[in-house]
Design a protein around this ligand. Sequence first.
Ligand code: ADP
Length: 433
Amino acid sequence: MFFNPEIETLPLDKLRKLQSQRLHWLVNYMYQKIPFYKQLFDEKGIEPKSINDIQDIAQLPFTRKEDLRNHYPFGLFAVPREELARIHASSGTTGKPTVVGYTKKDLQIFGEVNARSLAAAGARPGMMLHNAYGYGLFTGGLGMHIGAETLGMSVIPVSGGMTDRQLMILQDFQPDVICCTPSYAQRLAEEIGNRGIDLESLRLKYGVLGAEPWTEAIRVDVQNRLKIKASNIYGLSEIIGPGVSQEAVEERGTGSHVWEDHFFPEVVDPDTGDPLPEGKEGVLVFTTLTKEAFPVLRYWTNDICSLNYDSNSQRTHIKMSAIKGRADDMLIIRGVNLFHTQVEELIQEIPELAAHYQLIVSREKTMDTLEVKVELEPNVQESSDLKLQLGNHLMKKMKDNIGVSARVEILGHASIPRSEGGKLKRIVDKREM
Ligand code: ADP
């Protein structure tokens, strides 16, 4: 089901026209309203009136997290505080949070893109949403909330954590859809199993999971254990929050549609900033085409993925591949670059191993070393021989597929920390300790 069929299926030439008009509006608006952008454009000799085509975007400068931090908290807002309707902040995973603002119209857009996302994920008006994203400064909870209300669902604003209460609500209120981080969905699924709760007694059909990188390994785990269809939602507070892109439930595994009438995506070379063609992996960059309070131009997300149009899809908007990781989460182990999601994919290929793992990076003398800890599937009979054999198997796979030498330790069930409700840290960096 489409929430906004006309826009979601808009032919590409019309989409380009709309984006071009909106980019023209945006650069002129930024020039007038935000001294930082005025100065930047003047320095670079950019004449906002001459930006008339979405293709012109490649001439425009990037905005980086550092620019946001330098103008903390409200320095890049384009409206006076009286016109603000809401403030949020990034969760601060990589340092001091960045603060973002919304006008009433921005909140309408926030509702619209999340209504589209929920509908693409399988949700329908009249269904009930168990919203286990955190409520608060983090955009996840309130972003999904406004989307569900816009779609015409009822919302249970559970927020993250307090797993006992989550399980009670899942059983007693019978929600149809759940949204949370994939790692918290794993945790809930596991607790349901541990407590012998009959899945048939639940009504859950769909999961809308995001806010952290995840691969098919976790999708399989969560779908099997919860008997739901789980799709990916992506977003970041600097752009709006959740609902920047969404995977269609019937096209799971083929990428997430970026709602590009509002958020124009590019993938660029991490070193040169040059735009990369479709299918090439690089850093994802977004321009907000319609936002009023906190518009950003070519925001450098640091997230690594590729973009692709999918002519088999009814929705015309471009698809982004699952995020491999953030550029600053990339590990470099003796010259080999890797993301934890690459290890997660290999774990999935070994049926005895569970999608519960941790990567530990340490420094021995001047060398960085990697240790991978993975759990056995709970139904696998533990033995030290088996653990050794599986450990060697994964170690070899990592050497063959990623090119990295790592120590691998296979652990029994429930040895690795689970999500307490939000984003789970799967990398332990002992070099910083
Ligand atoms: P912070 O940057 O402090 O974590 P946010 O809460 O705004 O702040 O998080 C946005 C980031 O979360 C994205 O830039 C991305 O790295 C990650 N993220 C969000 N959704 C997904 C997703 N579906 N897949 C992978 N990563 C995601």
